[in-house]
Design a protein around this ligand. Sequence first.
Ligand code: NAD
Ligand code: GLY
Length: 365
Amino acid sequence: MQTLTVSLPGRSYPVYIGRGILSRAGEMIRRHLGEVTVCVITDDHVAPLYLGKVIASLKEAGLKTASISLPHGEQTKSLDSLKFLYDFLCARHITRKDVILALGGGVIGDLAGLAAATWLRGIPLVQAPTSLLAQVDSSVGGKVAVDLPQGKNLVGAFHQPSLVLCDPDTLDTLPEEFWRDGMGEVVKYGCIADEALFALLEGAATGGREAVSRHMDEILLRCIAHKAGVVAQDELDTGWRMTLNFGHTLGHAIEACQHYDGLRHGEAVSIGMAAITRLTEAQGMTAPGTAQRLENLLHALHLPTAIPDIPFGDLLCAMSRDKKSAGNDLRLIALDRIGACRIITATPDFYRPLFQPEQTSGRAE
Ligand code: NAD
Ligand code: GLY
């Protein structure tokens, strides 16, 4: 088992990464949080696979349990689900001394996290991420939220977990499309901060999921270590944490323009990373050859790089609603080279060259 720490003043917490660690959830929670009641929140894909194991471990450690399984999918990240959870927590008499354990992907982590942030003005949260995206990104750092019909993650909070239990074995059952989504975020870490990770992925990607998975322990460690460092430096996302949004401005705009019913998040971010790198390289901000190297890796992982057929005006509108905007300008993340990045400020028009006929190499026809 490997342990990383998210260092925050007075609120540091461990991230335990280990195969089979879900079977030790009870012992770990008891050690860190004492004799609590653990309320496990999960979804109907994850529950049949892992809930029994977690509940058995909690009981074995002498902890009282409650559990609830919600429908899988982004629609569950809603105010209606939050209200449903409040009713459940109320019925089970969950107090401030008790704990919510989020067992699942990013949807469950964000929703259960917001319930923990707000129930009785905040109770302890344990994240047990089971998707690749949740393991490398959403379970660490304290961002919790639900969606509104008007947009994603519009109601949320910062609520750091008390501990994170990351079990790489759970990835064996993760469906292919969600594995690819997570790989988009893994590539992101290689791009912004870790050339050795990027090179490892380049070496393994042509061998497919099986070859990449052989390196999963190292991949998780590198990604989570980077995220933990960034969160420690900028918990509330006012500065360097924005670099985690490399490729996300255009990616989010594509998702919004397709009403979250088109490309998946990881696919949209893949396109966003490739697009901005083509642009910054053309402008001399990024080392020559970086865009091609990035596109080669994304293609080897079966992630797309071509911008779908969406009118530029629609994408501009969506980008100008980006949470990272500074007045009329956008804060964008540009690579200096693979493994190093910086924050730049640009107007949304920055993306226009990608939509002009003479430079449409990256556009879907
Ligand atoms: P998800 O939670 O919907 O999980 C993907 C699918 O895989 C679901 O159907 C789920 O039931 C299933 N699943 C999860 N683990 C499994 C396993 N081990 N075996 C089999 N099936 C499994 O989606 P996601 O991609 O994990 O997360 C996406 C969400 O994360 C979005 O709502 C996004 O906004 C959020 N997010 C949050 C942050 C943050 O910092 N809080 C960061 C990035 C993304
Ligand atoms: N997923 C981006 C962040 O946590 O800031």
